[in-house]
Design a protein around this ligand. Sequence first.
Ligand code: ADP
Length: 583
Amino acid sequence: MSGIITKVSGPLVVAEGLADANVSDVVRVGSQRLIGEILNMTGDSASIQVYEETSGLGPGAEVVTTGLPLSVELGPGMLENIYDGIQRPLPEIRALTGETISRGVQVAALNREKKWEFDPVAEPGQHVDAGDVLGTVQETSAILHKIMVPPGLSGTVKSIEKGEFTVDHVVAVVEDYKGKVHELTMVQNWPVRIPRPYSQKYTPARPMNSGQRIIDTLFPIAKGGTAAVPGPFGSGKTVVQHQLAKWSDADIIVYLGCGERGNEMTQVLDEFRELKDPRSGRPLMERTILVANTSNMPVAAREASIYTGMTIAEYYRDMGYHVALMADSTSRWAEALREISGRLEEMPAEESFPAYLPSRLAGFYERAGFVDTLSGTEGSVTVIGAVSPQGGDFSEPVTQNTQRFVRCFWALDRSLAYARHFPSINWNNSYTEYFNDLIPWYSENFGEDFTELRVRIMALLNEESSLMEIVKLIGADILPDDQKLIIETAKVIREGFLQQNAFHATDTYMKPADQMSMLRVILRLYDGAKDLVTQNIPLRQLVDTGVFTALERMKFELGGGKPAAEFMELVDNAVASVRRANA
Ligand code: ADP
């Protein structure tokens, strides 16, 4: 079925004579057979977004529909790879065509020559359902890839092979209950805009720990949860995403570089290649997939990239893995949506974004979750989206709408970043809605006292914020000692605990157990000092022992192996010595 182009407007093409085509069909456009997707149809006229550069294309050129929706290929060989927004492998394309991607090139997403050792799990005669594991492939040294029965199929295994095969080789034959025979390879295709099925979704009840203190203790995200990282340029969004990619206890990372400048993305890619998985010492890329659609690449492919990344994430979830999807930045994605909507001459809503911006954002974040997979194992997709509002103004539509659909909000702050307080997550306007669901897990794993420790730390920070209003007006000197104590303790919390240097050898990551120890030590000092203050012993005397400053450096020493008990002792001795001096 083919039609004829009547109009070209940037990434948008209108073609007539496509009466039999459907919305969402992938089409091939012009003599170069550029890849496009039908956005809407009126009569036999289709509006098509083209995923490649459209220059040189004009009215009269032919458009052919494939009758298929935009899909990705899922199978071994995705890890360590770098894809563009419609899953074309960038390294292979570069090798073929050089730095600038030529148009219309067709390169399969999965390598067709590489052989994988397929190890069968299912046996002939066995009944299998969708999602069941047929066999495994060691995709990288870190990850065992499970070849599953595709969604929608159930039946009996007629035959299954063992050996080294390419992804297109038929490894298993399954007969369904109607007697139809299905030859299964190691590849599944899946339409990116449709969520992959699972058997049940749960309220997430386990944290994704990351070794980043302010995140793990104050604003944790659950595995299967959603978070937004809004912040102005230079506030540390990329560093936060990197730290999570590197240190979080997810099995697989899908990193989506969406609309950032080409050279920034190259830098990200280079850094990723260098990164070592701290747990295995192996390159982090062995459990990472990058999807990159930089600002110099066609805008329509950027729109598609988040669905491509999400579908890949869901596929690994279906194998029973915990996947973290980082999108940097969802603002650039929303701008792509806006540009295409404008070309479609749709009625604009707030700040020219289309009226469906909220529903698209909701649809994206709703695909996160902690699930029972079709085969009954647990798996999750955790989504962390960076938002880069112009001028750091959180009242703009992308930040506002994102905030409606995520349950964790790490608000990066220009003035903290300016003061070199990193991560610049502002503790006054960030929040997490996961905490209550995580309490049972914390009680079991972090200790019964964790909830109380956290509440007390937050309270001290809050009290400091209100005191600072007064201090700004009249200075700290005239405050009574119990209020000065709040300010001294909050300083230890801010500088000693919340600040964490991503580039420091030991400070970059802190075990949750050490984080708990730090909280206990800081609060022990507060309680001891409070006791002294109640007995009218001047706070100055305790400050002069240097114990507050010592606790600000505790993070480096704990990381270097010094036991937390020594800091407890230090605190107790300092308090006791002041008390003795005043006896
Ligand atoms: P954004 O992505 O928001 O534009 P970046 O993530 O690139 O900002 O951060 C800008 C700079 O801030 C970094 O190059 C680094 O110098 C500093 N920075 C951010 N986070 C940290 C951190 N946790 N530790 C140390 N430095 C940081």
